[in-house]
Design a binder for this molecule. Structure first.
Ligand code: SAH
Length: 275
């Protein structure tokens, strides 16, 4: 109906092709029209554990469903097995949808899968999705950029803490003085916060964590860099969550205090105050 209104022709998923589809940050309302069209055509649906069951239910009942989750700290499918499954299903001539949380090309290993499919001679298409680090912030009332506050925003993985093989230069990021949006940061948050403080970022820098953004279970904790680890622990916030450190967090708090502002997409949940 909406598609007719927009004059939008949903893309057609041919047999033997694999589409890497972004499912958005969680809420089904954040799916794109192309994502919905892709899922509805799936004969094989390969998905993560971040994908809402209502989204999975958009696939035909007859579709083969392969759950191949990947989540830090839990036993998960090996990337090689996921790629092997995609190739196998495509070679069976199925229309394959590889459904991923957020955007497939933002910390989603979509690039690895696309390269492997290309090497195997299997046609592949990327269907973008709303990434948690941007849409999730907006849903929690935190602007990714604000004129006069920041000129850039860094999307980083919190996995890359000091000591990790792919460790980031946190001191350089601290010196950059631009907001940091951290994916997968809950487990290593103490190390990351300490590294940023050592790098010279003031302890009073506003910081927030948003868990299960855009869903009815969304929760936000607002604090400072110096206190974010404690605040997250006290609130019992768990993954999946986005951590954001920088002046834009203060904007969110200011927004929430205006009587006119309908606190955007904050379906309940406790919020710790600044400090
Ligand atoms: N491709 C995804 C990211 C996958 S990495 C994207 O573009 O969003 C997984 C991480 O994404 C989680 O550890 C968490 O940091 C973040 N994430 C995904 N969904 C989220 C949500 N609904 N709320 C908060 N963080 C989320």
């Amino acid at each position: 109906m909406l598609e007719a209104l927009l004059g939008h022709r949903p893309p057609v998923l041919p047999p033997g092709h694999v589409w890497l589809v972004g499912a958005g940050p969680g809420d089904p309302g954040q799916l794109t029209l192309d994502a919905v069209a892709a899922i509805a055509q799936a004969e094989a649906l390969v998905h993560d554990d971040l994908v809402d069951p209502r989204i999975l239910a958009l696939a035909p009942e007859s579709a083969t469903r392969l759950f191949m989750g990947k989540r830090g700290g839990r036993p998960s499918a090996r990337q090689a097995d996921i790629i092997a499954a995609l190739i196998r299903e495509a070679r069976l001539g199925r229309r394959v949808v590889r459904l991923k949380g957020g955007d497939p090309f933002v910390f989603g290993r979509g690039a690895e899968e696309a390269l492997a499919l290309a090497d195997a001679g299997i046609p592949c298409r990327i269907v973008p999705g709303l990434t948690a680090g941007l849409a999730g912030l907006a849903a929690a009332g935190i602007p990714a950029t604000q004129r006069g506050v920041n000129q850039a925003v860094v999307l980083a993985t919190g996995h890359a803490a000091a000591g990790a093989e792919d460790a980031l230069d946190w001191a350089a990021l601290a010196r950059l003085g631009q907001p940091l949006v951290l994916y997968m940061a809950m487990r290593r948050l103490p190390e990351v916060a300490a590294a940023l403080l050592r790098g010279g970022l003031p302890p009073g820098t506003p910081a927030a964590a948003v868990a299960e953004a855009t869903t009815p279970r969304q929760r936000k904790v607002v604090s400072t860099l110096g206190n974010i680890v404690d605040a997250v622990r006290r609130a019992g916030l768990a993954a999946p969550a986005i951590v954001v450190i920088g002046g834009v967090v203060a904007t969110a708090a200011a927004l929430a205090q205006r009587p006119m502002a309908d606190s955007p997409g904050q379906p309940g949940g406790p919020e710790a105050g600044l400090g």
